[in-house]
Design a binder for this molecule. Sequence first.
Ligand code: IVH
Length: 667
Amino acid sequence: MTRDEVLRRINYLRAELERHNFLYYVESKPVISDYDYDMLMKELETLEKEYPEFYDPSSPTQRIGNDINVEFQQKEHQYPMLSLGNTYNEGELRDFDARVRKILEEPFKYVCELKYDGVSISLTYENGQLKHAVTRGDGIKGDDVTANVKTIRSIPLKLKGTDFPDYFEIRGEIFMPHKVFELLNDEKRRNGEQPFANPRNATSGTVKLQNSSLVAKRKLDCFLYYLIGDKLPTDSHYQNLELARGWGFKIPQYIEYHDSIDEVFQFINYWDKERNNLSFDIDGIVIKVDSLAQQRKLGFTAKTPRWAISYKFQAERAETRLLSIDYQVGRTGAVTPVANLDPVQLAGTTVKRASLHNADQIGMLDVRLNDWVYVEKAGEIIPQIIGVNLERRPSDSFPVKFIESCPECGASLIRNEGEAAYYCPNDNGCPPQITGKIEHFISRAAMNINAGEATADLLFRAGLVHNASDLYRLTKDQILNLERFADKSAENLIKSIDDSKKVPFSRVLFALGIRYVGETVAKKLAAHFKTMEALMTAPFDELIEVEEIGERIAQSVMAYFADERNLAIIEELRQSGVQLSMQENAEDKLSEKLTGLNIIISGNFERLSREEIKRLIELHGGKNVSSISPKTNYLLAGEKIGPTKLEKAKKLNIPIISENEFFKMIE
Ligand code: IVH
């Protein structure tokens, strides 16, 4: 080939490769195979190496990156890179709208866009060629990451067409699609490396890699959303983006005009639901005034434009600073570490504290003071720390050392083999354990005494109640002396305590707060042993015979009854009249709704079997009878009811009820 022919071939290859790049990465419509693409690229690489005089910084070969390690140069932004004001609720957004309307005093249009969660980038184009790619940095100057950004295939190195300004900037967000992120983390895990916590971190870690050939492998992508320059083609933000699309930029299709704030809310609500179906992360919506003239009229505050704002979706996860760790002692003496956080918005509330569960969890996460941590709402209410952003870890940090003595009473903590929690062993002298036990005793599922946490605390601090049995010795006068109690409330408390003497044995057993004896275990134990005596004296072997009772529970039960102080409490409860044995039938009763009613059932039922229906009748205090008599109160009729029964019921004027009506009665 002559040099001319070589140059022509090189130009052809460059144009072809860029065309395929665009089809593949911007339009998602590839027309050649990866193999054919690679072949074209190889040929171009070889030619460029042989003829270095034809070097072109916009050549598609630049996208492969190179192995030269570089320190990034800082570069000043020609237009400062501001951030957006954030809003989190409808009211704040309506305030924004009112401000805009007040300043403009004329019709205007909003453009709604998604708020891409990645790393913002500013690209400068001169005569259609990518010149610089600079990160936000401090907004005034950022890192020149041009070599890295050139490896992002959806960013044009050379623009298409001719109608672009000689010089302009375009800004956007570099991001890592979910699929790429998953693959990258899989690989990291395989190599025993710490995976990235989220696609945004993976993106920012990648953009800052000092070796662009590594960046090329990570397959980042980039959406562009903001054109700036002195000579932009139109006065409309939206129109300018449309034109930029024609120059080869990846302008997201999720962009809409809206005339009113109510329409904007429809857009927001739609994407709040739909965002989970996107292949990349967004964290909100950006709302911009469309006209550039109007944007100028609105201007900027020190930090943010007045013509745009972001509406942030309620985050399910947030990143914040761990300020300190508190240790809380529960009723069983278990010590729970609780993180104090720099307050952060999470799913609609401000989160200041999060559970760290136990020493193992702290060790596993290796959370340290002053770390930036990820907080998630677990289930509904209690936020949890689920990870650490190691990139932001202060260099002088050190692992957390779990406390060794109880923060409440000073006793040395113990840790039983095979258990994650540390315990304060001072169960009868450690204040939160004492009040915790009382709170548990009076709780709804236990003795159902009508008094809250605060009351247990008050009673303890007034020296009136040290354990559950003390409750039954309280007098109205003693209670009246307490803060916040008046005649009526004192009377109610006394009555409620008195009523608790009718609470069945299984719940009393649960109320004692024996470790590992929850509601279900208490029921099983009560049903098996029937009386407190039998349970107290039961040998280990008999305990573990009971359904669902294993060695751990059996040991805990035996340990509880081996303690003299517990025996004394039980004795006092007995003398106060608390139920310490199973009452016939009283045990599992669900309600008294059918008490005194004789019910006969006939036919087949939809929701439950006949046996189950019979049991339900008894559990609600009713009696299941087998033949109809004048004393029968109801005939509960299912499908295919026997004709003789039906006739007899009609004759005796006995009301016939359906399965549904029956369930309504016991609801
Ligand atoms: S416009 C002057 N549009 O959100 C306003 N920003 O806090 C220029 N972002 O730093 C930004 N999606 O990184 C704009 N559709 C979008 C965006 C967007 C994400 C990011 C951007 C910016 C931050 C604002």
